[in-house]
Design a protein around this ligand. Structure first.
Ligand code: HEM
Length: 387
């Protein structure tokens, strides 16, 4: 794959597109990605990846049970491994120990980090790259080429597999196979995989850093989550089912409350396609409007006692809770395409980890910082204590 072919694909990488181009693509992949039946099929695969991740954590913790200074990197490896399983039907191998610098999983980890760190620089700083290929742009494109090649290789394999696969119902197909079968177009599947990988790693990783940190620093709430998990999953070795996850009401409320107070994505932007009046203000066409969910989720006007961490507010009436106050996955036609997978990954991780371990944190409190996202800033040295 050369630079221009990567450019063609990244140029249509649809999460950065707008208008008709975005709508056409979204309409092709939205149904299979968001259907609950699709997500149900991934409980077992995500559980397998997560069990491997917990083993990995057991290996890298020190004698006190503390995880390493760069544990957030390990969370990225887990999310890459999850998304590889969902978007490409493969185990990428990112959770293997002692990865060589030139090994493919290590190159994937490095490439994902590079893409995520530099896309904002290219988008938000002076766009000289539009006029001539700057060194950053050239490296970024080469990096994307690596991803395009990777996705193409696994998608070619899936395409060949599908030719001989005997299928009696759509339910037997993976997400990738469904998109390949319905569209008959490897390019659509490649764009879907690239989007899910590039958008889906950092968001979920930062969200999980935040959720685990809150669990570790709020022991009473963590115990309530753990008690619920113990009740729903009495045997820690018992494989999880979708029905089990359905019963984790307090656990889900805990996650929602973390998102309300510390939304990983701080807001959503929309560019007005025509003049409009919002709250009495005339806003001309072309203006970018931002909905700052991190602000509204913490406003007394919309949420009673916004400074109090209270998962119960999502389960019973605890006063004001405006249904638009907290929108961690956005809203409307462009709402997060991966949200069902994100919820699944978070629930499986909490169910498996907190069933066996109590999380503690014994270092200086971490401040939240807005970097690319909103997340605890500093070494996430959580301690794993067997229950
Ligand atoms: C907890 C983790 C996540 C959070 C908080 C999150 C949040 C968001 C938000 C706020 C948006 C913009 C929505 C809007 O403008 O209304 C978005 C878009 C998107 N997300 Fe997520 N996301 C998460 C995980 C994921 C995952 C795991 C994937 C992939 C599997 C994913 C794929 C996408 C895609 C493809 C879009 C673009 C949708 C479009 O423009 O049509 N996200 N996400």
């Amino acid at each position: 794959m050369n630079v221009s072919s990567a450019c063609q694909l990244t140029a249509v990488c649809y999460s950065s597109r707008h208008g008709e181009q975005w709508r056409t693509f979204r309409s092709k992949v939205q149904r299979p990605i968001l259907q609950p039946q699709t997500v149900k099929k991934y409980v077992a695969p995500i559980e397998t990846v997560t069990v491997d991740f917990i083993r990995y954590m057991e290996d890298v913790r020190d004698e006190k049970g503390d995880l390493p200074m760069d544990f957030d990197n390990d969370i990225h490896k887990w999310s890459l491994e999850c998304i590889g399983r969902v978007a490409l039907d493969v185990r990428l191998g990112c959770l293997s120990r002692g990865l060589g610098k030139e090994s493919e999983p290590q190159r994937i980890i490095d490439a994902a980090k590079y893409a995520l760190r530099n896309v904002a620089v290219l988008e938000l700083k002076a766009p000289y790259w539009r006029y001539f290929p700057t060194p950053l742009w050239t490296r970024y494109v080469n990096n994307m080429n690596f991803f395009v090649e990777l996705c193409s290789r696994y998608i070619d394999e899936a395409f060949e597999r599908l030719k001989t696969k005997k299928v009696t119902s759509e339910n037997e197909l993976s997400l990738l196979e469904r998109v390949l079968r319905s569209e008959g177009d490897k390019k659509i599947a490649t764009i879907m995989a690239l989007d899910l990988i590039l958008v889906g790693i950092d968001t979920i990783s930062m969200a999980v850093c935040s959720i685990l940190y809150q669990a570790a620093t709020r022991p009473e709430h963590q115990e309530q989550v753990a008690a619920e998990i113990r009740r729903v999953v009495p045997d820690p070795d018992q494989p999880l089912t979708y029905a089990d996850l359905d019963q984790l009401h307090y656990t889900k409320a805990f996650v929602r409350e973390v998102f309300r107070m510390y939304s990983t994505v701080i807001g959503n932007g929309r560019t007005l396609q025509e003049d409009d009046v919002i709250c009495g203000y005339h806003i001309p066409k072309g203006v970018q409007v931002v909905f700052p969910t991190i602000v509204t989720g913490n406003m007394e006007q919309f949420v009673s006692d916004p400074d109090v961490f209270k998962p119960e507010r999502w389960l019973q009436d605890c006063g004001r809770l405006h249904s638009f106050a907290s929108l961690p996955y956005g809203f409307g036609a462009r709402i997060c395409l991966g949200r069902r997978f994100a919820d699944l990954e978070i629930q499986v991780l909490l169910a498996k980890l907190l069933r066996r371990y109590r999380l503690e944190y014994h270092y200086e409190p971490l401040q939240y910082a807005v970097t690319f996202m909103y997340a605890p800033d500093g070494p996430l040295r959580l301690r794993m204590v067997p229950r």
